[in-house]
Design a protein around this ligand. Sequence first.
Ligand SMILES: CCCCCCCCCCCC(=O)SCCNC(=O)CCNC(=O)[C@H](O)C(C)(C)COP(=O)(O)OP(=O)(O)OC[C@H]1O[C@@H](n2cnc3c(N)ncnc32)[C@H](O)[C@@H]1OP(=O)(O)O
Length: 128
Amino acid sequence: MRSLFEGYRPTFKPHSLGYEAESLLLLTPSQQMCYYDGKLFGGYIALLMDRILADCCKHKDKPAFTAYLNTSFNHSVPPSGPMLLRAWPEKVEGRKVFLKGSVRIPGKEAHDWVDAVRTDALFIRPKP
Ligand SMILES: CCCCCCCCCCCC(=O)SCCNC(=O)CCNC(=O)[C@H](O)C(C)(C)COP(=O)(O)OP(=O)(O)OC[C@H]1O[C@@H](n2cnc3c(N)ncnc32)[C@H](O)[C@@H]1OP(=O)(O)O
């Protein structure tokens, strides 16, 4: 399990609804899982998103469980390039935390980043 998250070191910033999280990641060769050459396996991307969204909920708070994780793959993620994972809360209703997340990859222009993957998620905190 540890190797799946090698290099994953999220940082947290206060947000009006909790905390937002981000982690810049450069995958090791063993993490560069592809079914099609040059395109990082989407299931692995969803795993990374689930992790950063869960960490975003749990930071200085109770844990929360994934109720749904809706992931849109807009562009392929190159396995050997940098990727920026991001997660932030959108709405909190009682135990329900609605979050958004994205995976950004370098764009065509220098210093330009594009959203390759976007996630809408619901996490639910346990009953008191
Ligand atoms: C190699 C290792 C790597 C490890 C990789 C590391 C990744 C870290 C990821 C960690 C996170 C997880 O994996 S967690 C594990 C995966 N997820 C799970 O196992 C969750 C399975 N589901 C459940 O246990 C349950 O359904 C819960 C806890 C999510 C909710 O149950 P509950 O607490 O009884 O709440 P319940 O009363 O049903 O619902 C509360 C409110 O939420 C709404 N609600 C509930 N579910 C949904 C839903 N899917 N979509 C919309 N709304 C929902 C209800 O309508 C209700 O709204 P209202 O009427 O109040 O308005």
